[in-house]
Ligand binder design. Structure first.
Ligand code: XMP
Length: 499
């Protein structure tokens, strides 16, 4: 079969995943590989993109091209470090810039090149580099330059090897997607043929075959990933899937009702969670207790299904890539996110992770293809430990109820394309005056943020009327609240959640 996909070699750039996403947005299947992969594993791809990276090709131990890559004869696009690694491997020269170049730059293009088809001769691009190519390898010509970067884009025409010093994958590069599209369709002759519907069909057949007549168990959290996973597995094997929903009592109002269109085994463990949380105020302690209790309850329930041989999980592509990143270990743990990782080793089950090649936006689209309601697949992210990490101080059932009511009002009143919006219950009491009498009650903080991926976020400029309505409704409808405040902190330095 003619190869229909593109391989992306990761040299450790922050934007490698973005390259993969851009290709998929253009309907070409893309797969990321660490840079020490053997060229043989890349044979089934039609083209190769080399990512940027933090190293300098001139330093000791810097990563080089996968061995045998150039002998594959595939079209190649090197981006930033990728271009420099190519140049070095082919006998060119890479040197440190006199000034590191970060940010926007205007480049002059040779628009007769296929790479720049449909573009004007001047383009705003995003640069982020400390080294650059100072002498081209033999057979290469220059396609673009800036006053400080003489080889901003290069080509070896007959070998179909291209390189750009800037980053076409980031949105700051105007028309960057056009450049990637030109590489995929005009240079590598790929077709925009990747469709989630095909993925769905093959995945259902694969699950059927792999599972046979065994049972699959999985824990549903109510989030998009686990719900889509469950629906997909359910469509493949029907009653053989056992979905367990551990009701920890820390969910949002209406949550259980919303997911009950999936066949669920609901385990009521609310008292157990609340008892284990008595007196606990430290956020990490809360997470650990909730994670541990969750696993205990789930394991006890799972023992009722001795025929279960598989554990379904909603692992996504970014999680897979992060655990095989090109360089070093995981970054600093700011918060230990709770999930059900660790379960399969203890339970001796095989993992079934049908979403492990998909990005979040693809998962949402797949959810729609599977017939899940639009409103549901577009749900905002919700942390595994639930409302517990939005209740500062001790988590008690009555405080949880108060927060859940306020949170529902926030969700009802805010509409728009925000990443997350929710209420937080602060550990601060303040004085109010209600019906001419003094009151002394709790404080709700409203948080609404805009973000691309949750890694960084800006607080949203909500219209005054919306804020006023939220404040008014919370004060009137949630008894015990005497003050409502709005959080105007961005991430960094704050985090999205308060704990
Ligand atoms: P932070 O607060 O770290 O949140 O800026 C980034 C994103 O992660 C979510 N989040 C969690 N998700 N378990 C989860 O499953 C957790 O413990 C957890 N803490 C934060 C948060 O809602 C945001 O989308």
């Amino acid at each position: 079969m003619t190869p229909r996909s593109v391989a992306i070699i990761d040299f450790g750039s922050q934007t490698t995943q973005l390259i993969a996403r851009r290709c998929r947005e253009l309907k070409v299947y893309s797969q990321i590989y660490p840079c020490h992969i053997s060229a043989k594993s890349l044979e089934n791809h039609a083209a190769i993109i080399l990512s940027g990276g933090p190293a300098s090709v001139n330093s000791d131990f810097s990563p080089s091209l996968p061995e045998g890559l150039l002998e594959l004869g595939k079209p190649i696009l090197g981006i930033c470090y990728g271009l420099q690694a190519l140049s070095k491997a082919l006998g060119g020269q890479v040197s440190a810039c006199s000034h590191r170049e970060f940010g926007s730059a205007s480049i002059q293009l040779n628009t007769t090149s296929k790479l720049f088809d449909s573009l004007d001769s001047q383009l705003e691009v995003w640069m982020s580099h400390g080294d650059q190519v100072t002498r081209l390898p033999e057979g290469f010509t220059c396609l673009a330059s800036t006053p400080t970067c003489p080889h901003a884009a290069v080509v070896h025409e007959s070998k179909l090897i291209y390189g750009v010093q800037f980053h076409p994958e980031v949105t700051h590069t105007k028309l960057g997607t056009q450049i990637i599209s030109n590489f995929l369709f005009k240079i590598a002759q790929l077709e925009p043929s990747y469709q989630l519907a095909d993925f769905l069909e093959t995945e259902i057949a694969r699950i059927k075959q792999e599972v046979g007549d065994a049972q699959v168990i999985m824990a549903l959290s109510g989030g998009v990933d686990s719900s889509v996973t469950a629906k997909l597995i359910q469509d493949a094997i029907g009653e053989q899937l056992v979905s367990i929903y551990v009701n920890h009592g820390l969910h949002r109002l209406g949550e259980i009702e919303e997911i009950s269109s999936l066949k669920l085994n609901i385990v009521d463990a609310q008292n157990r969670f609340f008892e284990n949380l008595i007196g606990v105020t430290d956020p990490e302690q809360k997470r650990k207790i909730i994670g541990r209790t969750f696993i205990e309850v789930f394991e006890e329930e799972a023992q009722k299904y001795p025929n279960a041989k598989f554990l379904g999980q909603g692992t996504l592509y970014p999680d897979v890539i992060e655990s095989q990143s090109a360089f070093g270990g995981p970054s600093d743990i700011i918060k230990s996110h709770h999930n059900v990782g660790g379960l399969p080793e203890r339970m001796n089950l095989k993992l079934l992770e049908p979403l492990r090649t998909l990005f979040k936006d693809e998962v949402r689209e797949l959810g729609k293809l599977l017939g899940l309601p639009e409103k549901w697949v577009q749900r905002q992210p919700f942390p595994g430990p639930g409302l517990a990490i939005r209740i500062l101080g001790e988590v008690r059932p009555e405080r949880c109820k108060l927060l859940a009511q306020a949170d529902l009002i926030v969700r009802q009143e805010i509409s728009g394309n925000y990443w997350q919006y929710f209420a937080v219950l602060l550990p601060v009491k303040s004085v109010g005056v209600m019906g001419d009498a003094r009151s002394y009650g709790e404080t709700i903080c409203v948080r609404c943020i805009e973000s691309e991926d949750g890694m960084s976020a800006d607080w949203a400029y909500l219209p005054r009327e919306v804020l006023a309505k939220i404040s008014n409704r919370i004060m009137n409808e949630v008894s015990g609240i005497t003050r409502v405040v709005y959080d105007i902190s961005s991430k960094p330095p704050s985090t999205i959640e308060w704990e």
